[in-house]
Design a protein around this ligand. Sequence first.
Ligand code: ADP
Ligand code: MG
Length: 986
Amino acid sequence: MPSTSDSVKVAVRVRPFNQREKNAGSQCIISMQDKTTNIKNPETGDIKSFSYDHSYWSHDGFKETPSGVSEPDGSNYADQKRLFSDLGQGVLDNAWQGYNAALFAYGQTGSGKSYSMIGYGANKGIVPITCEELFKAIDTSSDNKKQLRVFFSMLEIYNEQVRDLIVKEKPPHGGLKIRQNPKSGFYVEGLKQVPVRSYKEIEKLMESGTINRTTAATNMNATSSRSHMVITIRFEQVLVNDAGQSNTRSSDINLVDLAGSERADSTGATGDRLKEGSAINQSLSTLGNVISALADQAMGKTKVLVPYRDSVLTKLLQSALGGNSRTIMIAALSPADINYDETLSTLRYADRAKKIQNKATVNESPTDRLIRELKEENARLMALLKKQGSGDTSGDALSDNDIQRMLEDNQRKMTDMSMSWEQRLEQAKREWERSIQQSEAREEDAAFNHFPYISNVNEDPQLSGVIKHVFTTGCTTIGRAGPGEGAIQLRGLGIQPKHCEIRTDGKKTFITPSSKTAAVFVNGLKIHEKTTLAHQDRLKIGSGSLFLYIGHPCERKDTDVSSFDFDFFMTELAEHDGVSVDIATPRGTDHGVAHDMANRMLFQEFVNLMPKIAEANAISDELKRFTKFEPIVRSESCHDPKGTAPGKEVIVRVLNTKTKKVWIWSTNKFYNRKDLMDELYLKTLDGEHVVLTRDKDPFWDPVEDIFLGSCHIMLQSVSYCAEIDEHFTVHNYHGKEEAVVHVMLLPCNEKGVVIEDDVILEPRDLVGKSINVLCKIPQCMSVRWISDDNSRGVECRFTMPYHKPAKTRDVWHKSYVEFEFKQQYSFRPVTQQILDYLQTNSLVLELWGKQVSEDQQLHQQLHQPNGILNGDSHMDATSDVIGQLKHRESELETLRTDYEQVRKDNFRLKQSLMKCEEKVKLLETRSTSALQRKNSRERAPSVKVSPTHGPPPAGAESEGPHGGLDLEFAKALRDFFRDVETCRTK
Ligand code: ADP
Ligand code: MG
């Protein structure tokens, strides 16, 4: 049997910028020369080069023909035709010779995998062109001794479950089973292999497969970016000799559109206690491990275990990956700077894959032998079944059921083989008549030309515009309950049995939500009553089902709907939610919409996260988990002593609305948990009643301390030995007030005795000496964290420069918090470096929220005299009401105490305000006279002054920017404004 050893062929292809990248002014970081692909690190400018079998430049240099085909514009642009002639033609040639072939597309979501494999519109990808060319060759084949047979199958792997995309019905619980045949390896039991006669039939099967994929994705809240699609073309050439014996030469062509590689490894979930959990990523991460192991093997490493069995995908593609197949990988690349990390990792992955060696063998056997082998296999299985029946279960670990199924499968194959090709085609025709008729009906359905309709919009452009619902006249109900006469069934997240209705009268169309709680958005705005729809309106029904409305024919002036893609919907919804590009810009700064990379990356991350957050919230609602997720931009400046650090990242605030516990998750942790939530949701949809222990629950975590906000206390005064005794507002990441904290930094002697009015004029004089300061944090007022839920507590944390981190005690239950914190700090000896630091930095005081665990809370309540349970416990309605009453009472008590304290504070602040006003007046008089003296050029040596003891010596202010008078004046002004601000917040 001829066989050849080949390494996996690897091609990389870079796509044009998408609209979002263009809008953001992205830079292209990929360049190519012949087979070499270079990538530039946008931060350092470093260039890394990789060499592949093909490097395809599809970024620019193309023009569009009137029929919409992209062609090179006299440049080296690689179009779809070129990919086919370089890669697809080889696959076809191999198939004729009887070799198995496989073609994988790898890359992050949106990088162009489906464009290369399937294609869009007139730009057909490798799969359709290959199929088309195969049939062209078959049709022109003049060898009438050969019968040429083509079979088509199409499956999807999501969450380690296999779904036959050709079958409309829902797959059995847990998906189709993977079985192992000792000779041919793993296969999918019961997967339809449809005999096809023409390319047109394949096109229709692919179309209905895409519809099934889209429907499943919306109903199950699954995303195609996490699923793998495998199309298999089986090509058989049956040669009959003069003696009537037949020989079958066969080739399996596996065409694989892989899941987005962005979460290919599990490192993203590092730090999450549930990092091993989800099956959604299993196939992709195993594929990575298999490729690494095979590459190691090819590099001469021995004893490498290739983990094919760890995932469904690698089981099914075992031979395509490291066995009897000629294999090609296309790595799809984004050109944009913001995707540098992902693109680099794709290039490295492709680099590893090219090392893999395969040994392809021609698959050719006499048909009789194939039948004989199947019979022998069946005899072996029957014997095994008998042996197991007699109780001897040693050796093979197959269950009776497994054996039974394998027997049936073999029997089916034998029947297939003994049937004539014509009989098989006839049988397939009968079986698939309905579905093929359906798609024919779709194509010919002229209704879309005469009536308004809605067309689905999916995150994956490949699945957009696939499902359409037309509205003739009258009223159509949309909801979970359908389908039926005048009803459309939509089973996506957050959709009620009767969600909304669409009514059309031949001229106008209206949409009306069926209840107050039925979420319907038109052009990003939530509607509550009957609303007229206009051509190209955007609809969001429930929490994620998106549709574009196409109006009555007379309205359709503009028929180009390509700009209304998923990005458009998301941006519009985000804008109505108050989020826009400047989410990435800190409040109160004049950075504007900075087109720097960090901001663009942040915005991209935020926009990608938004729909996922909405889904998580909807899953929480449907599963009654009382958990609310909210994206927040964490700003490094809140923690930075200068308050200017530009670093920002998106984090997720998680609130259990019932127990009032709060957690902060990194986006990686959120994505990891979201996979687990999706899995949980899928199980629930499957009718499983899932009982989760806390340690497996994606919605639960042990309680943690929460950063509430911070305030910055300028340390300049410390370098002047001037006191600070002020109320500072604690702001959170949104810039909202969380509390007001009273902080004192009092100059003192070494023993901690406060020295009053001993401000110095020239800090430089302190070098070599010492500064002692007493830090007091007496109290914190209006703590929102506690007034929202009085089971909580707070503490302050800070780090005095050149000292260890410190914190106050934790105080609970009252929003007027008495920390009574007191700590002496010494800078001894004072160096110039210390002085510089003090003069240009702030002390960052962070307020942290404390919370008791549910168990502790329960314990406390049980041990109260008339202990009432609340939170997660199962209590009856009466105790629930009593509990709430008690909670309200204690809240009232807290409010009373707070009110009393605020009244006192108010009085004190008013007094200090008056004092400040006096100070300002006094200082104004002083500086005027100082200015006059300066003008008369009087000079005097700088001396230590005490502002309360007479005017400062003349000329002191000319000693530099931090001179005595300037300081005094600035200090008084600052006091004044701070106090005014504090009064305002009251
Ligand atoms: P993926 O399958 O990797 O998620 P897609 O193939 O769906 O990505 O591509 C995302 C978008 O980029 C699509 O709108 C597609 O039309 C466009 N695109 C991808 N590759 C190319 C290319 N080579 N030329 C033109 N447009 C492309
Ligand atoms: Mg895709």
